[in-house]
Design a protein around this ligand. Sequence first.
Ligand code: ZN
Length: 131
Amino acid sequence: MARRGVSYVSAAQLVSLARDPGVAIVDVRDEERSYDGHIAGSHHYASDTFADRMPDLAQVTAAKETLIFHCALSQVRGPTCARMFHDYLSDAKEDHELKNIMVLERGFNGWELSGRPVCRCKEAPCKGTCS
Ligand SMILES: [Zn+2]
């Protein structure tokens, strides 16, 4: 299901991927994050301000090899932001390391429905880890 450099991972794959320190999870939901909880350890870059915050995200994740994007369902906002960021890195003048840009299949809702742990801390970025 890869197109324009973005591929998909399942919630089960994310559980093992999230243990890798080279992996960052990027939540692009908007206000839902504050009342629905989030995946432990995820960064929050809301889709409505995502374009403006891409330079910040690039800096924050400079040491990461893989970024996994998601929104509530990963149907619109997640893949859109993932592709936008992929294009941003491809066009960037600076030498960014080549990254794997991925999208979590079925998004946060699928993650929660499959019984994966949900973190409800108020920290941004979340310092929790998936276990
Ligand atoms: Zn948290």
